[in-house]
Design a binder for this molecule. Structure first.
Ligand code: JCK
Length: 284
């Protein structure tokens, strides 16, 4: 089942020739349906992104459309056979895409980590093919023969490559020129400057007894910028201290981080609820 983005009227002149093509090969094409929604759907509607999903079983040759077999050497589960993958990738690669050949990406828990830098790099490619494995993965000879990248979206185990592909395509699509209305929102992203983003607020100025920080209502843009930087530094120090190693820190930044460290040391010394004696059964 090959299905393409139907763009009413086709790509606009401005975008023509720059559209990225993405092909996804899977035994569960329905998993990729969310690519029609929201930002991704908009990118497709604008002719910035063209997505084709393919059912791997279309390239199986037996009556039962089998794509898996038992692992050589024993062990649990099943492994995806190489022949349907090779047939699919040959056909897709020679289907007249926007480049002589696509960049072939295999999501796998054993891959190198997917990062914002990976997304930015892949967003510059004209043509990507994602190979979504299932079971215990795809026969290693297919990977050797075809894969340009083996990528993992994180240190947890999914049941297949489909959700990982959705994650990567979404991260890539929003970086494509013309995909998002607000380009400032891309350059302001978390990770773009190496820190976690701070909290954000909108109206009303007081809700449920909670006030928006006064500085944000002050109109003092210098003070607002400094406050936001401080919030980002505090949050990063608390939640992702590993990220601070790659961030250039000003004197003011270092003062904030020293303050966070003092606060952390002080609160470590204070007894907390967790240190209290467990309530007795009678009290409950
Ligand atoms: C692609 C099949 C399922 C389940 C073996 C793994 C110890 C192998 C991924 N970040 C990510 N997590 N999971 C995936 C992913 C999972 C996949 C496939 C991607 C194809 N599976 C599976 C278990 C194993 N164990 C840890 C042994 C595969 C990405 N990207």
């Amino acid at each position: 089942m090959a299905e393409s983005a139907a763009t009413p009227g086709g790509p606009t002149m401005a975008e023509e020739g720059s559209a990225m093509r993405v092909d996804v090969v899977t035994i569960f094409p329905a998993y990729l349906e969310p690519l029609r929604l929201s930002l991704l759907g908009k990118a497709r509607d604008r002719g910035v992104l063209e997505v084709h999903t393919h059912d791997l079983r279309d390239w199986a040759t037996d009556r039962h459309r089998t794509v898996d077999d038992t692992p050589y050497g024993g062990g649990p589960g099943m492994v995806m056979r190489p022949e349907p993958w090779d047939a699919a990738l040959r056909e897709i690669s020679s289907s007249g895409g926007p480049a002589p050949r696509p960049r072939v990406i295999v999501p796998t828990p054993a891959g190198r980590p997917f990062t914002q830098a990976c997304a930015a790099e892949l967003a510059r490619e004209p043509w990507l093919v994602f190979c979504c494995g299932r079971y215990e993965g795809i026969d290693a000879r297919v990977i050797e023969a075809w894969a340009d990248d083996e990528i993992s979206i994180g240190d947890y185990v999914l049941s297949g490559g489909e959700v990982a592909t959705l994650v990567m395509v979404e991260a890539i699509a929003r970086l494509l020129p013309g995909a998002v209305g607000n380009t400032q929102s891309i350059t302001d992203d978390s990770f773009a400057h190496g820190l976690l983003e701070g909290p954000v607020y909108t109206r009303p100025p007081e809700w449920a007894g909670r006030r928006v920080p006064d500085v944000l209502l002050s109109g003092d843009h210098g003070a607002i910028a400094r406050w936001r930087r401080d919030q980002a530094l505090r949050r990063t120090a608390q939640r992702r201290p590993d990220l601070l190693a790659d961030v250039e820190l000003s004197e003011a930044d270092r003062r904030v981080l020293a303050e966070v460290a003092r606060e952390a040391a002080a609160s470590a010394a204070e007894p907390t609820d967790a240190d209290a004696a467990p309530a007795s059964a009678d009290a409950r």
